[in-house]
Design a protein around this ligand. Structure first.
Ligand SMILES: *Cc1c(COP(=O)(O)O)cnc(C)c1O
Length: 396
C-alpha cells in the first residue's frame, strides 16, 4: 500500500489489499492510501513543480514535477487496481486519451515494424498513423467485426491495436482469440478500453499486453477532465511508456488527476445505471419506424452480443442508430431538451450527435451516436420520442 507521503513512486496496483472484494468496493477504495490518524481518507491534489530534494536524486521518489507526482501515483494505482485486480500491473496516466495512444504507438514501434489498426476505430487514429508512417512504420487496417483482423496478422506484425466495442460503430471483436493468434506470431496486443471502462471489460485478463483508454469519457464521467492511461503487467513495457511520458513532457495536471480519482468512487454506480438506461432507451428506439441500424452490444439480438457477452461484464453507455437523412437527424438533435447536442460520451448527462458532421467516420449522414447518462430512463425516453416526433412532423 502507499502512505500519504507517496513513498512508493510507481503506480503499481492489483492485489493491493483489495483481494477478493467486489467491484463496487474496489471502485470506492482503489488507489487510496493506508489509513493514518488525522489524515484525510483521500489526500488533496499535490500542486508542486519541484520537491525538496537534498543529496543524490537517483533514489528520490519525487524530485521534479515532470517525472512524478503523488496525486498521479494514487490515480495510477487505482487504474492498475481496476484494470488488473488479479495480478500486479503498472498504470501510467496521460493528459488525454490520444496522448496515451500516441505513447504506445510511438514508444513501441520502430522503423520497419508493421502494426495492425482497426479501420473503424477512433477518428484520430489515421492521423497518428500518418505521423508514424513518416518515420517508416507500416500499417494494415481491418474492421473490428468479422475475421479480417486475424487475417491481417499474417507475416510479421509487431503490434495489434484493437478497439472493442468500436467507437462509434459498436462492433466487437474476440479479444482472447486475437491475443492468442497475435502472440503466436510474436506480436504485442493493445486494446483501447475507452468505451467499456475497466468495469465493463478487463483486456489484461483476456490476454492483452496493454489496456489503453481515454479516461475523458465514462471513466471520469463528469465531462470536466481530459485524461488518458496505459495499463500493463509487463515491467519493460511500463518502463518504455513512462520514459516516453517524461521525454515528451505529456503530463497530466495534478488537479485533473485528483478530480478523476475522486469520480472513480461512483464508477460502478454510473456504469450500472448507464447500462440500465441504455437498454431501456434502445428498447424504446427499436419501436420507432424511422430508426434503423440500432446497435447496443447489450441487446440480446445485437450482432455483437454473443462475443460481447463472452468478454464484457457491462456493455457501456453508447447506443447508435441511423435516421433517414441528415436533415431529419439535425431536426431530431435540435428538438431534444434533456439530451445535449454534444460530442464525446460517457458523462452523467446524456448527449447525442450526428457523427458525420466531423467527417472521417465510416457512417451514414443520419447516423446518431447517443451517450446515455444517469438520468431517469423514463425522462430520457420521453425526450427522445418527443424529438423524433418533432423531427418527422417538421417540413424542411
Ligand atoms: C475519445 C477517444 C479517444 C481519445 O481520447 P481523448 O481523451 O479525447 O484524447 C481514444 N479512443 C477512443 C475510443 C475514444 O473514444
Amino acid at each position: 500500500m502507499i502512505g500519504h507521503n507517496g513513498a512508493e513512486i510507481d503506480g503499481v496496483g492489483g492485489l493491493g489489499g483489495l483481494d477478493g472484494v467486489g467491484e463496487g468496493t474496489r471502485a470506492v477504495r482503489a488507489g487510496l492510501p493506508d489509513a493514518e490518524p488525522y489524515r484525510p481518507p483521500m489526500p488533496g491534489p499535490v500542486l508542486a513543480a519541484h520537491y525538496h530534494l537534498p543529496g543524490d536524486p537517483a533514489a528520490a521518489p519525487y524530485g521534479y514535477g515532470r517525472e512524478a507526482n503523488p496525486t498521479w501515483t494514487l490515480l495510477e494505482r487505482a487504474v492498475a487496481d481496476l484494470e488488473s485486480p488479479t495480478a500486479p500491473a503498472h498504470a501510467t496516466v496521460f493528459p488525454s486519451g490520444i496522448a496515451a495512444t500516441a505513447a504506445v504507438l510511438f514508444a513501441l514501434l520502430r522503423p520497419g515494424d508493421t502494426a495492425v489498426l482497426p479501420s473503424d476505430g477512433y477518428q484520430l487514429l489515421p492521423r497518428v498513423r500518418a505521423r508514424l508512417e513518416a518515420f517508416g512504420v507500416t500499417f494494415r487496417t481491418a474492421p473490428t467485426g468479422g475475421d479480417a483482423q486475424l487475417a491481417a496478422l499474417d507475416g510479421g506484425v509487431r503490434l495489434l491495436w484493437l478497439e472493442t466495442p468500436s467507437n462509434p460503430g459498436l462492433d466487437v471483436c474476440d479479444i482472447r482469440r486475437l491475443c492468442a493468434a497475435a502472440h503466436a506470431g510474436g506480436a504485442l496486443v493493445a486494446v483501447d478500453n475507452t468505451l467499456a471502462t475497466p468495469l465493463g471489460q478487463r483486456p489484461l485478463d483476456l490476454g492483452a499486453d496493454l489496456s489503453v483508454a481515454s479516461g475523458t469519457k465514462a471513466f471520469n464521467g463528469h465531462g470536466d477532465v481530459l485524461l488518458g492511461y496505459v495499463a500493463t503487467r509487463d515491467d519493460r513495457l511500463a518502463d518504455e511508456i513512462r520514459a516516453w511520458r517524461t521525454t515528451t513532457g505529456a503530463i497530466l495536471g495534478p488537479m485533473e488527476a485528483w478530480l478523476a480519482h475522486r469520480g472513480l468512487a461512483t464508477l460502478h454506480l454510473r456504469t450500472d445505471r448507464q447500462q440500465a438506461n441504455a437498454l431501456a432507451v434502445a428498447a424504446a428506439l427499436r419501436e420507432r419506424p424511422e430508426v434503423t441500424g440500432l446497435r447496443y452490444p447489450g441487446l440480446p439480438d445485437d450482432p455483437a452480443h454473443a462475443t460481447a457477452a463472452a468478454q464484457m461484464r457491462r456493455y457501456g453507455c453508447v447506443v447508435s442508430f441511423t435516421l433517414p437523412d441528415r436533415e431529419r437527424a439535425e431536426r431530431f438533435l435540435a428538438a431534444l431538451s434533456l439530451v445535449g447536442d454534444a460530442t464525446s460520451f460517457g458523462g452523467v448527462r446524456s448527449t447525442a450527435e450526428r457523427r458525420a458532421r466531423w467527417g472521417g467516420d465510416p457512417v451514414a449522414e443520419g447516423f446518431i451516436r447517443l451517450s446515455v447518462g444517469v438520468e431517469d430512463a423514463d425522462d430520457l425516453i420521453a425526450d427522445l420520442c418527443a424529438a423524433l416526433d418533432t423531427a418527422s412532423e417538421a417540413r424542411p
